[in-house]
Design a protein around this ligand. Structure first.
Ligand code: ME8
Length: 519
């Protein structure tokens, strides 16, 4: 990974409702990746935002009895607040109702018209408002309630109206060529295979405008039509870096994006429609689209009707922000589906965090505080055990880089936690508390080695748990200038003053169990 810039995006979220844990998940994943690259010395541009047009949002605004723009302003604010509440380091927050975006959409449309990629016709077929997607008859199932549904479960309705079409059918071969030439354009492989077989099965021209409602970007020179919300939404990724001003420094620096992170539900839009729109307009497609899995909640699909929608801010308040960020990234192999359960969360908090990293930090820092005059001790010659552990800590960076290039944040965390386990075993074996009077010089070496390993862990855990990583580094006397990955090449300076440690991760105590736990 030698490129010095890195542009990563989340999907822009529909403002038909307030944020839930799925939105938080994608955003936290991107945040960890963005922070990782920043700490590794790259110039990162991390984009997130809200998708505000279309029939789904228009209906939600009407149901709330509000004008669409006022409704969007309110809901978009709740997503913007989410970014602060989850400690998200996004560089920009785009809203599709902003003037910069309307301008970019209309410019892209104009370009497609000029290049003969858009023509006027009439659409007749099925449409699912919930998915904002068109479906073929063969994709639908007829439920016992007599309603036709899309594969996602969304109800469809018959739509018949004049419409502009994008010549998607003409892009089939060029899309297949793109996938063949750039095997990592779609990841993971299971998604790539699905997309390739979908495209091979034949592409129809895509309806890209609607006339039956009005909440959207107007088609240039034909304002009865508004643009299909996905053409509008996808364009956000180029709007944000300056399109249509292709000569502008941010556009030249950041486009094509290094990674569009999406959920598995919206792969087709990002890997078929989006590269086709861009190639048709003479714009370079993004480098990569990664589709992650979906969370169920206590074994069930998350849904409003089941009343099990997990609200991210309340969840962070209950368990702690960094523990939730850790859980989301550690609990499931990235790319696969997983289950969000209270039990699993508490297991991670008390096991991995309180008993794992928290306990290691506490025992090492407390001994230094008591027995080394609250200063990083000066080590003597390293034993084979010392060197073995230090080498494992030094090897972490290369391993973590490989994990985050996949990206596999769960693997990065497993790698860090394997070293936590090693460090625990090392301290148990070396028993520095027994050396205090018998061999204080050896005690100093052991505690130095342990503190140096903690410093590595503190630096490398920051992308996932920025607050806790910073707290651990502060407890090791490491200021802001000593917290990036370049600092891993240096060593903890003996004599560094270490402030009195405070617990990194409190144990999670179930309500009602508190009295027992206090005894
Ligand atoms: O699709 N588990 O917006 P959206 C994991 N506006 N991730 C989940 C999830 C779950 N249960 N539920 C949702 C849209 N997500 C469009 C995108 S982009 C140009 C336009 C996440 O508000 C996941 O990332 O429905 C999914 O792709 C996204 O939320 C859908 O958000």
């Amino acid at each position: 990974m030698s490129a010095e810039r890195f542009y990563i995006t989340t999907p822009i979220y529909y403002v038909n409702d307030v944020p839930h844990i799925g939105h938080a998940y994608t955003t936290v994943v991107c945040d960890a990746i963005a922070r990782f690259h920043r700490l590794d010395g790259r110039t990162v541009h991390f984009l997130t935002g809200t998708d505000e047009h279309g029939q789904k949002v228009e209906k939600a605004a009407a149901a709330a009895g509000e004008a669409p723009q006022a409704f969007c302003d309110r809901l978009s604010d709740s997503f913007r607040a989410l970014m602060t509440q989850l400690d998200i380091s996004n560089d920009d927050f785009i809203r599709t109702t902003e003037p910069r975006h309307l301008r970019a959409c209309q410019a892209l449309w104009q370009k497609l018209v000029e290049r003969g990629e858009i023509y006027l016709g009439a659409y007749e077929g099925w449409y699912a408002v919930r998915d904002e997607a068109f479906y073929g008859e063969d994709e639908l199932t007829l439920g016992p309630d007599g309603k036709r549904r899309a594969p996602s479960g969304a109800e469809v309705e018959w739509v018949k109206e004049p419409s502009y079409f994008f010549r998607l059918s003409a892009w089939q071969d060029r899309l297949l060529k793109l996938y063949a030439e750039r095997p990592d354009f779609i990841a993971p492989d299971s998604r790539r295979n699905e997309v390739i077989s979908f495209v091979k099965s034949g592409l129809k021209d895509l309806s890209v405008s609607r006339t039956s409602f009005s909440w959207g970007v107007k088609v240039p020179n034909d304002p009865k039509h508004i643009m299909y919300v996905w053409l509008d939404a996808l364009t956000n990724y180029i709007t944000a870096v300056g399109y249509p001003d292709e000569a502008t420094p941010s556009y030249r620096r950041y486009w094509p994006a290094d990674m569009h992170m999406v959920g598995k539900d919206i792969v087709r839009f990002h890997t078929v429609y989006w590269p086709a729109f861009l190639m048709a307009a003479g714009v370079e497609p993004p480098k990569r689209v990664f589709a992650h899995g979906w969370w169920t909640i206590e074994g069930q699909k998350m849904s409003k009707s089941l009343g099990n929608v997990i609200e991210p801010v309340a969840t962070a308040r209950k368990y702690g922000l960094d523990p939730v960020r850790y859980f989301l990234l550690r609990e499931l192999p990235f790319g696969q589906d997983g289950d969000f359960s209270h039990r699993a969360m508490v297991g991670r908090i008390n096991g991995d965090l309180a008993n794992g990293l928290g306990n290691l930090a506490q025992r090492v820092l407390t001994q230094i505080q008591r027995n080394c005059e609250a200063k990083a001790p000066a080590p003597g010659a390293f034993s084979a055990e010392d060197s073995a552990l230090l080498d494992k800590a030094s090897a972490l960076l290369a391993g973590c880089r490989a994990d985050m290039a996949v990206p596999a944040p769960h693997a990065m965390l497993e790698r860090l936690w394997a070293v936590i386990g090693e460090a625990d075993r090392y301290i148990n074996a070396q028993a520095p508390w027994k050396l205090k009077t018998a061999d204080p010089a050896r005690m100093a070496t052991v505690l130095y080695v342990a503190a140096e390993v903690l410093r590595h862990l503190g630096i490398l855990v920051q992308p996932v748990m920025p607050g806790s990583g910073a707290k651990l580094l502060a407890a090791l006397g490491q200021g802001e200038g000593a917290r990036d990955f370049a600092a891993l090449a240096r060593r903890l300076a003996p004599g560094t003053a270490l402030p009195a440690p405070t617990a990194l991760f409190p144990r999670f105590v179930e309500e009602g169990a508190a009295a027992g736990a206090g005894r």
